[in-house]
Design a protein around this ligand. Structure first.
Ligand code: IMP
Ligand code: MG
Length: 187
């Protein structure tokens, strides 16, 4: 375990076992509705690792892949503002079946805002998928259509999730030691 972590919450094997099931669930649910092509939009940077591993489990459906970049968190563990799109998707998503992917749903604001923006492009359908669903933190009526794991209200890092841009590379998800979660040591 990385020395900056207090605890591992989801280990590497558990992530990959869950992704196998999640990939099958997503594929089946679209194919059951006759959908042949999916447009996956990953929210960068946090969802990059999750999306990369998840799309490789989608083997029986065409997949188009794009990213969108939003800003909302500074180098802290609390949101500082409403999420803003700073780099938009490039694919034409009108009439496309869009699956929006993020690393974690916390308050729900990031996904709610993006869903509202993406809807304006008139996709054929729009669903959301998150690796982690943080319980008890929601400030919106948003719920992800697909989720990997429910986790308690703790600040987690790894497998795409960062604190001050660190730890995204860890292959597992862990709780950052509380004494490392605050400035000024990061400034
Ligand atoms: P929401 O808009 O509050 O749902 O927050 C979603 C975003 O907050 C995610 O894309 C993450 O970047 C960030 N976030 C929320 N909780 C955590 C956490 O525990 N660790 C790292 N990032 C988090
Ligand atoms: Mg982040």
């Amino acid at each position: 375990m990385h020395p900056d972590l207090a605890q591992i919450l989801v280990d590497e094997q558990a992530i990959h076992e869950r992704l196998e099931a999640l990939g099958a669930q997503i594929e089946n649910s679209y194919r059951a509705h006759g959908v042949e092509e999916l447009t996956v939009i990953a929210i960068t940077n946090g969802a990059i690792l999750f999306a990369a591993d998840l799309v490789r489990r989608l083997k029986n459906i065409y997949v188009r892949l794009d990213t969108v970049r939003v800003s909302s968190y500074k180098d802290e563990d609390k949101p500082v503002s409403e999420p803003e799109i700073v780099d938009n998707i490039r694919l034409d998503i009108s009439d496309a079946h869009v699956l929006l992917i993020d690393d974690i749903m916390d308050t729900g604001q990031t996904l709610e805002r993006l869903v509202n923006v993406i809807k304006k492009s008139r996709p054929a359908s729009l669903k959301t998928c998150v690796l982690l669903n943080k319980i008890g933190r929601r400030q919106t009526s948003m719920d992800a259509d697909f989720a990997g794991f429910d986790i308690p209200d703790q600040f987690v890092v790894g497998y795409g999730l960062d604190f001050a841009e660190r730890y995204r590379n860890l292959p597992y998800i862990g709780v950052l030691r509380p004494e490392l979660q605050n400035p000024p040591m990061w400034m």
